[in-house]
Write a protein that binds this ligand. Structure first.
Ligand code: NAP
Ligand code: MG
Length: 466
């Protein structure tokens, strides 16, 4: 297992000693044991990494797109070759159950890297508009700040399109999951990316993250994480008039319309929330059910959640702070009058940051557990009277990341989905599409990731008139 951590930063194509002496312990959330230490980067490390990325920029931007595509393809192949290592590392530092770690945490980034190897080769970086030639050029040096919930996916969803666009990158990964980021740096190195094209600085958000977001040598900041920090990064970027992309929180609605296959809609909805212990920004954490089917849906959900045993299908939360935060929300739900039909605030085990998979019924739209992102295995089931009521509830939060609609036929579901304030809506259990744009309306963010939309985030346009 790859918990043999590097004690330096990956800068300019090599592992260099960190500027400071401080380290960050990496903890396995399933047994609370320290498994490694990584260096805590400072502003000096960030500065060295940004300089390396700037130095590498002209050469990488001028590299023919076929060559950039081949190198991204080599990164994809490197990830595929180390799939087991990746899965084991994500299990060790995030606590993801092995089956999930393999299929999603290791499998998804391989697919996304592959999609950008292809897009880098085929994307048209020039078009004619009347007497103009409009060119797409790389924005420049990208500062990428990523969270711990999908440690490798979040890295690849930023680094792969940035490289495809011709940008160079400095990554500051989450302090809880730096080993996956180090593993990615090893893969990038072995793939033969030129020195300085990809750089890694591990460290704390308010120190290394803030230094990266505020660095004048960074042209674009791409951030995924909490709305609170995203707001701050947006303000910093705005003051410096630099590009920013923000993927933030969500409180997505799973709307089950009359006539839908109720058992399937509830079963898929529960699975969606419990997966990754509920630590998914796009999770459908609010289930909206018509009053006539409400009691049946609640009992189906209680049955479905019984299959999600903590320590087996559901892993721990990432750290003690997140566990306490989630348990606090469960307590708040009870205090505000919601009814617990499964789970509750008691921790299922004495050791490990586990939370009991929890289902709330009789949740009303103004309750805290219907409004705020909990980021744990907690489902809130709300009742609606008619479609207009359902739409009002679905759109009645500050967020707008994702959602689902179920109906007797896809047309009815899609008609409802068109009125939702959300960046991505699954119709009757539509399959995940790695090329479909992903991102938020309202306070769920700015910008889109994945596919060509994700690639264009990293491009400037220049028009030449003839
Ligand atoms: P977070 O603090 O926003 O972390 C995201 C990333 O930003 C991490 O790399 C973090 O570093 C860094 N960061 C923190 N403060 C920063 C600052 N002042 N300047 C620059 N970078 C900074 O999120 P969290 O504390 O891990 O989680 C809190 C809540 O955020 C969760 O409960 C959940 O609601 C939400 N969240 C959303 C997503 C998503 O996918 N949209 C992902 C994770 C969390 P550190 O690791 O050192 O903090
Ligand atoms: Mg934090």
């Amino acid at each position: 297992m790859a918990t043999q951590a590097h004690d330096g930063m990956y800068i300019g194509g090599e592992w260099r000693p960190a500027a400071g002496q401080d380290t960050i312990p990496v903890v396995n959330p399933a047994d609370e044991q320290v498994i490694a230490h990584v260096p805590a980067g400072t502003a000096a490390d960030v500065d060295a990494a940004v300089r390396a990325a700037r130095a590498a920029l002209p050469g990488w931007a001028a590299t023919p797109q076929a060559e950039r595509a081949a190198l991204i393809g080599a990164v994809r192949d490197g990830l595929a070759a180390r799939k087991d290592d990746i899965a084991a590392t994500v299990t060790a530092e995030l606590g993801a159950p092995p089956a999930l770690a393999e299929a999603v945490h290791a499998g998804l980034p391989i697919v996304v890297a592959g999609s950008y190897a292809e897009l880098a080769a085929t994307y048209s970086f020039e078009e004619k508009i009347g007497n103009s030639t409009v060119r797409s050029e790389p924005v420049g040096v990208v500062g990428a700040i990523t969270p711990w919930n999908y440690p490798l996916h979040q890295i690849v969803a930023k680094v792969a399109p940035a490289l495809a666009a011709g940008c160079t990158v400095v990554l500051k990964p989450a302090e809880d999951t730096p080993l996956t980021a180090q593993l990615f740096a090893e893969v990038a190195h072995e793939a033969g990316l030129p020195a300085g094209v990809f750089n890694l600085v591990t460290g704390l958000g308010p120190v290394a993250g803030q230094a990266l977001a505020g660095h004048e040598g960074v042209d674009l900041v791409s951030f995924t994480g909490s709305t609170a920090v995203g707001r701050q990064i947006g303000a910093t970027a705005g003051a410096a008039v630099k590009r920013v992309a923000l993927e933030l929180g969500g409180k997505s609605a799973n709307v089950i319309l009359p006539g839908a296959d109720l058992a399937r809609a509830v079963g898929v909805g529960v699975a969606n929330v419990m997966s990754n212990s509920g630590q998914t920004c796009s999770a459908w954490t609010r289930m909206l059910v018509h009053t006539d089917s409400y009691d049946e849906a609640v009992s189906l959900a209680a049955d479905a959640v019984a299959k999600y045993a903590p320590g087996e299908r559901v892993g721990p939360l990432v750290n003690a702070k997140q566990r306490e935060r989630v348990r606090g929300y469960i307590t708040k739900g009870i205090e505000e009058g919601a009814r617990v039909v499964a789970g509750g605030p008691e921790a299922p085990f004495a050791t490990g940051y586990y939370v009991a998979p929890t289902v709330f019924a009789d949740v009303t739209p103004e309750m805290t557990i219907a409004q705020e992102e909990i980021f744990g295995p907690v489902l809130s089931i709300l009742r609606y009277e008619d479609e207009a009521d359902a739409l009002r509830i679905a759109n009645g939060t500050v967020y707008g990341l994702a959602g689902a609609v179920w109906a007797a036929d896809p047309e009815t579901a899609a008609a409802f989905a068109r009125s939702m304030d959300a960046g991505q809506v699954d119709i009757n259990g539509g399959r995940f599409n790695p090329l479909a744009p992903f991102g938020g309306y309202k306070q769920s963010g700015v910008g889109r990731e994945l596919g060509t939309h994700g690639l264009s985030e990293y491009l400037h346009t220049k028009s030449l008139q003839f």
